[in-house]
Write a protein that binds this ligand. Structure first.
Ligand SMILES: [Zn+2]
Length: 307
């Protein structure tokens, strides 16, 4: 517990000095490695560990200081879609191990660096009552289970991401606060009209998530960096905690049967500078971003190159 609190203090201190760079998309990279459509991305922690580790290493070498474990959909409710609910422990433990091994390997050649492992936690993919069948207790228990496993596997922080239902993310946040001492960042997904698809505004998201004990709030995925800039500008007005942003590389288009994301590394780097100026503390990328995008973001933020 003391160790957990020490890491939390260390991260907070770092965030007050300068933004930490997060990694980019895991899913986009897995597709490049031919993850079959409809397959469970988190199952690859067990069946293709070397690929997961390799992706982590590419992001670390590109300049990511925080890597997110391949656990976005590794909660029991979501894994049940693949008949993998009973593998929840194995899949999460393996994900943390792979992230830590990747860091150890990179540290062998980049000795003075400090990297952090953030656990990624995404929504259940099912709707809560009254819109769907899911009960609040089920959602809480679902995240309590995953968070306890991740806590025991010693991740450095938790990032709840890509939620659009405020009730669901609040239950995940409660489960995190009541079952671990880890730092928790809560990030939601907004559409072009600067609200989640449930109609939640950035102001309401920030106020309710911070009241629930979030150490940081933010926005990820959705409608690309420009829209997210408007979301974060709004969040900044109301937030008393740290801010996170992980834009996707614009709105995906299908060109010649392939998914194409319009925002290139330079565009992402341009916006990352604006996010830094706005006071955003954790900056990374979501769908469509690759190690090249993270390299451009890192170089820009650390002032290594002027575009
Ligand atoms: Zn995304």
């Amino acid at each position: 517990m003391k160790e957990t609190l020490d890491i939390k203090e260390e991260i907070k201190k770092r965030l007050k000095q300068e933004p930490l760079i997060l990694d980019g998309a895991m899913g986009t990279m897995l597709l490049r490695y031919n993850l079959p459509s409809g397959a469970c991305p988190e199952e690859w922690n067990l069946s293709n560990p070397e690929i997961i580790k390799d992706i982590h290493q590419q992001y670390l070498r590109a300049g990511a200081e925080v890597i997110l474990t391949n656990t976005f959909g590794a909660n029991r409710i979501k894994l049940n879609n693949f008949q993998l609910g009973d593998s929840v422990e194995k899949i999460n433990i393996s994900a943390v191990k792979l992230a830590k091994e990747a860091i150890q390997q990179v540290l062998a050649s980049e000795k003075n660096k400090r990297f952090f492992v953030a656990a990624s936690l995404g929504p259940t993919g099912k709707l809560l009552e009254p819109y769907g069948e899911l009960k609040k207790e089920e959602v809480y228990d679902n995240y309590q289970e995953q968070i306890s496993i991740l806590d025991q596997a010693k991740v450095d922080l938790l990032i709840l991401e890509t939620f659009f239902d405020l009730e669901e993310i609040k239950l995940a946040l409660q489960a995190a606060k009541e079952n671990s001492d880890l730092m928790v960042i809560a990030s939601m997904t907004f559409t072009q009209n600067i609200k989640t698809i449930y109609g939640i505004s950035p102001e309401r998201a920030v106020k309710e998530l911070e009241a629930e004990g979030a150490d940081g709030v933010g926005a990820n995925c959705g409608a690309g960096p420009e829209v997210l800039y408007s979301v974060l500008k709004e969040m900044k007005k109301f937030s008393n905690s740290f801010l996170l942003v992980e834009p996707n590389a614009g709105m995906p288009e299908v060109i010649a049967g392939k998914i194409n994301y319009p925002a290139n590394p330079e565009t992402m780097a341009f916006y990352s500078q604006k996010f830094k100026q706005l006071g955003v503390n954790l900056i990374g990328g979501c769908c469509g971003t690759t190690p090249l995008h993270i390299k451009a973001i890192s170089d820009k933020i650390k002032n290594k190159r002027i575009f």
